[in-house]
Ligand binder design. Structure first.
Ligand code: ZN
Length: 351
């Protein structure tokens, strides 16, 4: 069989370049693209995997958490050694992705996506991917995307269903046009109560990668203006045309120019982590912590262990475990009560 007539450095992409919508010119556009993946759980893992294999030039992967055994059912970039090593998800994901495609440039960021760093994370990328598990941070992406005029792809999964929608500032409806503010807090179901079905993740992330590549190939005008809602268990797909939503919604973000999440408050925040019986305490401003000196201080108070990225501490006589990151964040496991977590934080880390 004749060799593919492609440049040597692009040959690994020969199968996708055969698509008329891609070809060599399209592949070069994909390679020139810079993408931010916010959150590297089930959605972020699968999208980062797809974009890495497709040959995106640069991927910045931001995640605040570390790998746990219950992640492996659906978070495709992780394996048991990552759990044993206590690795942050951004690090474990990048380790794996580098093995898949050494042509891609990766930047793992172990941090919370918050109003203080969102614009900086997104400023130099072409596209933002939603790999998150909460609406507060999705609305933050939405604000930043509109502020910077960059496209992003909204996606979410719960139980056996999921949804996905491309958002292009100035052209499509935004997340707030779609949802108003109802989802930004209060009693919505989470993966704690509803679980997550792996095949639903696979379907939603395949659609997300498809939309991402279509956007990076250019012509955002011919993207479908739809919210797709799939149920993997029931094998149903519904599509909601969002073309008129933007005109009809009088959206405070699109039309009014408000950035309610981006201009978020400056106080320390505590976040109950979905499905984890855990609370994250994150300082409003970066508060660098010296992990070795904390480890020394805590060594007489309980069990302490450490790797290059984080420190673990189990205070004696409690059922709690604190995981401390160098940026000042602490994840308190063993409680879903922010008050209890904050007490432990001030007792051991200080204010
Ligand atoms: Zn809007």
């Amino acid at each position: 069989m004749a060799r593919d007539p492609y440049p040597a450095d692009l040959e690994r992409y020969s199968r996708q370049m055969r698509l008329p919508g891609v070809d060599v010119a399209g592949q070069r556009r994909i390679r020139a693209a810079r993408v931010l993946v916010c959150g590297c759980g089930a959605l972020g893992c699968a999208v980062a995997d797809g974009l890495t294999r497709a040959g995106v030039g640069f991927l910045r992967i931001v995640d605040r958490d570390f790998v746990e055994l219950s992640n492996l059912q659906r978070q495709v970039l992780f394996a048991e050694p990552d759990v044993e090593g206590g690795l942050p998800k951004a690090i474990a994901a990048t380790n794996r992705l580098r093995q898949i495609n050494s042509q891609v440039q990766f930047e793992p960021v172990v941090a919370d996506v918050n109003p203080g760093n969102m614009l900086e994370l997104a400023r130099d990328v072409d596209l933002i991917i939603d790999g998150l598990d909460n609406f507060e941070t999705r609305f933050l992406i939405n604000d930043a995307a509109l502020e910077l005029g960059k496209p992003w792809i909204y996606a979410g999964c719960l139980g056996s269903h999921g949804q996905v929608m491309p958002i292009v500032p100035g052209q499509t409806a935004c997340l707030r046009c779609l949802l108003g503010e109802v989802e930004s807090g209060g009693a919505i179901e989470t993966c704690d109560t509803a679980g997550v079905w792996g095949p639903a993740i696979a379907i939603v992330t395949a659609l997300e990668v498809n939309l991402a590549l279509r956007l990076l190939l250019g012509n955002p005008n011919d993207l479908p203006r739809q919210l797709l809602v799939v149920d993997a268990w029931e094998m149903t797909v519904r599509s909601l045309n969002t073309a008129r939503l933007r005109e009809e919604s009088a959206c405070p973000t699109c039309v009014g120019g408000r950035r309610d999440w981006l201009s978020g408050d400056k106080t320390d925040r505590s976040t109950v982590l979905c499905g984890r019986n855990a609370v994250q305490i994150s300082p409003a401003e970066p508060r660098p912590l010296e992990l070795p000196s904390l480890a020394a201080r805590w060594s007489t108070l309980g069990e302490v262990s450490r790797n290059a990225f984080l420190l673990r501490f189990e205070p004696r006589g409690t059922e709690m475990r604190l995981t401390v990151f160098p940026d000042g964040r602490v994840i308190v496991q063993g409680t879903a009560d922010p008050m209890v977590a904050r007490q432990l934080y001030s007792r051991y880390v200080g204010n």
